[in-house]
Design a protein around this ligand. Structure first.
Ligand SMILES: [Cu+2]
Length: 335
């Protein structure tokens, strides 16, 4: 600074030389942010939920990793600035002066406006791409999906042919059952899925609003009565997953969960064809209402009663469906 030049000894008392605080904070922030982002990407990312079991799950895992990589430098900046201020700019004994009053710092203002705009617009583009690319990101898209999964629409499913497997998810108080229209409309209380297969879930309800949530599959879709809510995913890994109801739906909502499995396409095909044959022989398939995208309330008692014969399952209170007690007029289902 000119004030400190030895050629001007008569100049007013020089101000205390300030180190370049901004540069120091930037350097500390840069080192810590790089370290944090490398740890997040290489150590944390593979273990983030919901895992890698389906295309929608792995996209969600990727999204969470990207968000963490973007958020860590912001959090670290706040911490570094806070720590730096506490240590370097703390009150010293005898120092009663105020800090300098700063206004109109164009560089800081511009940096702030540009940086926050880039972050927000970038997230908007990223979020839109990540909604469209994985065919709706595993969320319910309603009866006429805009973003469809690639695969072949068929009426009979063949292993290894890239046929889309249709699974109708039927929510009711308080259980989920699954109907497979490509296997004669057979219905099961277990959700089995073939691996490496595009899946179209058609989610509906027989009574109140439920929500089909298989978080390891990265799939979540509301189950509304009289609505065919379609959600897509593609299986990528063998394994077991949990299905939960995610919409408060009455007294036994908390007990409304079951397990599903992703198995090999040939094992799935064997299971599905065997169950179809069994339900045909017992007469369940004839007793079930014709497969449709939604069901009107008059078929409700039939649906569950037929499945009970095969699976031996009952709902709350020994009844698959709530209603008047067994034997009384209007009894919907006597076990
Ligand atoms: Cu429910």
């Amino acid at each position: 600074m000119a004030a400190e030049s030895p050629a001007a000894p008569a100049a007013p008392a020089p101000q205390r030389q300030e180190p370049r605080h901004g540069l120091r904070i930037f350097a500390i922030w840069l080192v810590l942010s790089l370290a944090a982002d490398l740890l997040i990407w290489f150590l944390l990312y593979p273990h983030l939920p919901p895992g890698d079991m389906t295309s929608s799950a792995s996209h969600q895992q990727f999204d969470i990793a990207i968000m963490a990589v973007m958020a860590a430098p912001v959090v670290i900046f706040v911490w570094v600035y806070f720590g730096y201020a506490l240590i370097v700019w703390r009150h010293r004994p005898g120092d009663e002066a105020d800090g300098p009053h700063l206004t109109d710092n164009v560089r800081i203002e511009a940096t702030w406006i540009i940086a926050t705009s880039v972050i927000v617009l970038g997230l908007f583009v990223f979020g839109t791409v990540e909604l469209i690319a994985p065919a709706g990101a595993g969320a319910g898209e309603g009866p006429a999906p805009i973003w469809k999964i690639s695969g072949v629409q068929t009426t009979a499913w063949t292993p290894g042919a890239n046929d889309i497997l249709q699974v109708q998810v039927i929510g009711q108080q308080w259980s989920f059952t699954y109907r497979y229209p490509q296997f004669g409309g057979m219905e099961s209380s277990q959700l089995l899925l073939p691996n490496n297969t595009p899946i179209a879930f058609h989610v509906t309800s027989l009574d109140v609003i439920h929500s089909f949530w298989a978080y390891l599959l990265g799939v979540k879709a509301d189950a509304n009565p009289s609505v065919d809510n379609v959600a897509y995913t593609k299986t990528k890994q063998l394994g077991q997953f949990v299905v939960r109801c995610n919409e408060l739906c009455g007294l036994w909502h908390g007990a409304m969960f079951n397990y599903g499995r992703v198995v090999t396409p040939s094992a799935f095909n064997t299971w599905a064809m065997a169950l179809q044959t069994r339900e045909q022989n017992i007469g369940v398939l004839a007793a079930l209402p014709a497969y449709s995208l939604t069901y009107d309330p008059t078929v409700v008692p039939q649906l569950g009663k037929a499945v009970i014969k095969v699976d031996g399952i009952t709902g709350a209170n020994g009844y698959y469906y709530p209603g008047p007690q067994a034997g009384t007029p209007g009894d919907p289902v006597s076990p």
